[in-house]
Design a protein around this ligand. Structure first.
Ligand SMILES: Nc1ncnc2c1ncn2[C@@H]1O[C@H](COP(=O)(O)OP(=O)(O)OP(=O)(O)O)[C@@H](O)[C@H]1O
Ligand SMILES: [Mg+2]
Length: 373
């Protein structure tokens, strides 16, 4: 088991610009912790610093309550899967996977046992005698995963380990990695730029942008209560619909992008500032199909329609933004058709237009619970 603490961690490569800035976070023992952010946000840099492969410019890194800033990588009792696999080209798949165990002189029988388990889980059993150049990108990636899986180190760092796999294999590996992590009780720090991977795998997620923490929390908290506009538009797919908004004088209506008028109960929004620029956010599943005579119906012109089989995705031009509605089932809608859409006030999130910070989250209502029998 391992616990990792980052205290005021910063990094600059050229002493001018910080690639990472005041990173403060505690990762618990046995936690699946996901680091997510766009390309260049500093994810790999942070992971490499935890592994001991990159010098820490400022702050303290603790593993199991001990400062390890200057501890060499091999003494940190961790395994790492690199973004670019880093396999030994002259060794076979089997030798690559067992490399670390051989170096640590682990019992031969134990080596073979772990190799068989890992190869089966990763679908590599038929490929053990091949060299990396004889493998596809996805197969190489799985060998790199195998090396980490057999190590049984209590702290596991993974840098985009599934990026080269096809969609089906990726979905399967997501489940396998989660299971393995839980059954071995590993502490996992997992980097991805894929927000679906982050949402589905993480016990907690940390969103990073330009080297700064945007939010740390449970996936569902980030989805329901994003602390700022960056998290709001980064988490969730299709992304949250955003638009500039103002209240009418008497606060009875909200006007979005000068185009959508929504009648609201002033009591519901009484705590929102009247004299500031506002941005509202509405999730695609909350731009719901409208039926005549219902409240809060707006007619919007469909500019694109995607039939996904289980759901229909409809796009609208709202101000300078492209909004998306996600409707369950199959809907026959033509391009250019005016579609009745219902926007319930309780589904609207409010952000400060200047700072981007969340002012009010949506009242999603109580989540449904399944009671185990
Ligand atoms: N060795 C280096 N020297 C100078 N700058 C670097 C070095 N390595 C990374 N950087 C810069 O640091 C920033 C963060 O890079 P990093 O590799 O950590 O991003 P990332 O979030 O992992 O991105 P990606 O999703 O593309 O892998 C980038 O602006 C990158 O150009
Ligand atoms: Mg990276």
């Amino acid at each position: 088991m391992s616990q990792v603490e980052l205290i005021n961690i910063s990094k600059s490569y050229d002493k001018q610009k910080d690639v990472l800035n005041e990173i403060n976070v505690s990762i618990k023992e046995g936690e699946f912790f996901v680091l997510v952010g766009p390309s260049g946000s500093g994810k790999s840099t942070l992971l490499r610093m935890i592994a001991g492969l990159e010098e820490i410019s400022g702050g303290i890194l603790k593993i199991n309550n001990e400062a390890v800033n200057h501890l060499p990588p091999k003494n940190r009792d961790l395994s790492m899967v690199f973004q670019n696999y880093a396999l030994y080209p002259h060794l076979t798949v089997e030798q690559n996977i067992l490399f670390g165990l051989k170096a640590r002189k682990v019992d031969k029988k134990e080596q073979q046992k772990r190799l068989t388990e890992a190869a089966e889980m990763l679908g590599l059993s038929e490929l053990l005698k091949r060299k990396p150049r004889e493998l596809s990108g996805g197969q190489r990636q799985r060998v790199a995963l195998g090396r980490s899986v057999v190590s049984h180190a209590p702290l596991c760092l993974m840098d985009e380990p599934l990026s080269n796999l096809d969609a089906k294999l990726r979905a399967n590996m997501r489940v396998q990695i989660r299971r393995l992590q839980k059954s071995l009780g590993l502490t996992m720090i997992y980097v991805t730029h894929d927000q679906v991977e982050a949402m589905t795998m993480g016990d907690r997620i940390m969103v990073l942008n330009e080297g700064k923490i945007q939010q740390v929390g449970k996936p569902i908290t980030l989805y329901n209560e994003p602390e700022n506009l960056f998290v709001a538009s980064f988490i969730g797919s299709p992304k949250m619909n955003l638009g500039k908004a103002v209240f009418t004088e008497d606060s009875s209506q909200l006007v979005i992008e000068n185009q959508i008028h929504i009648t609201i109960d002033p009591i519901m929004v009484k705590d929102l500032p009247r004299n500031r620029n506002l941005v509202v956010g509405i999730r695609p599943e909350h731009l719901m199909p409208g039926f005549e005579k219902e409240n809060h119906i707006t007619y919007l012109e469909a500019v694109n329609v995607e039939q996904l089989g289980n759901e229909t995705s409809i796009a609208f031009d709202i101000g300078s933004e492209l909004w998306t509605a996600k409707w369950p089932g199959q809907w026959r809608i033509q391009y250019g058709q005016r579609v009745p859409v219902q926007i319930a006030p309780e589904h609207i999130l409010f952000f400060d237009g200047d700072t981007g910070n969340l002012l009010k989250s949506a009242n999603i209502g109580k989540r449904q619970e399944v009671v185990a029998i």
